[in-house]
Design a binder for this molecule. Sequence first.
Ligand code: KG4
Ligand code: ZN
Length: 356
Amino acid sequence: MNRTIDPSVVPINRPRALAPARILGIESSCDETAAAVIENGRALHSNVVASQIDLHAQYGGVFPEVASRQHIRTIYAIVDQALHQAHLTLADVDAIAVTRGPGLAGSLVVGINMAKGLALGRNLPIVGVNHLEGHIYSAWVYPAGENPTAEPQFPLLALLVSGGHSELILISGHLQYRRLGGTLDDAAGEAFDKVARLLGLPYPGGPSIQKASEEGNPKAFQFPRARLEGSWDFSFSGLKTAVLRLVRQFEDDRRPLPVADLAASFQAAVVDVLLTKTVKAAQTFQAHQILVAGGVSANRALRQAFLSQSDFHVHIPKLSLCTDNAAMIAAAGYFRFAHGQRDPLDIDALPTWPLS
Ligand code: KG4
Ligand code: ZN
């Protein structure tokens, strides 16, 4: 039982005021059961994710009842494994961070109850974390034992693109957010998932579209880009409808569907809109750097587009931290814990919880 903090994993540019701490993170907001241990909000000791993708693929999307039951089955083993892989026990942990929302109510409560049980049994504090904040803090994480990655510098313009959200957020300092805009209809990941279904590609749609796009021409079809000038919001429903119309046209004409070209052209339209608006927002609000996070930030074309523009330095988490995981919850939980947050043992899930 080692309660001392290894100084080699303390990031050099961590503000002095923040006390060192080890956090166990737990995430179960949707279809991933995950646990992780992180030190000082950045150095990752373990990161265990049990995906339920295979279970839900047959339904073409996440089946909430199936998701919560599966979380119950796996969560104990996942937490155990995360501690084991970190070569730590609960006695070495300073707090438990758990996703409180947004997400599926029946899934969230499984993680929250696990956190409560551990906290009660070990007299540890609980820190409830907003899942969106978790995605943001995934950009702070690096593997313990390796050189720390450059820490994001404020003010940051964050693009958060996942299955449920497409948000532009101005971050002026730790835990200080100003939401500039979001999607008016489908989230970016949701658009990927729905268009994949239209093209007959398997769930989850994002990776399927990316794969199909590799064989396609992104300029084959000129899909509409909803620019929504004068607003920081996004809209993807027009784009989705445009794909639907083309698919119907091909079917009516009994012509084979050019899946790869459709996928590549759709993906190019999404990336174009996301990149253009994010860079413009960063310029307008005089952000220092850009941060891209959430499941869609795993997209290769999106990553390439952001990393090849030269106006801003861009932070994008490594692939394993883009989709849902508990490392990001532990990281955000650390910054909340270090700023004094302690939640009562009767905290409840918040299925709808805007970041503020
Ligand atoms: O962040 P996440 O794991 O869960 C939510 O918080 O929603 O994001 C899941 C979303 C799904 O819509 C999935 O299709 C999308 O992220 N996604 C991708 C890729 N990998 C996952 N979208 C585009 N390209 C990818 N490679
Ligand atoms: Zn997520």
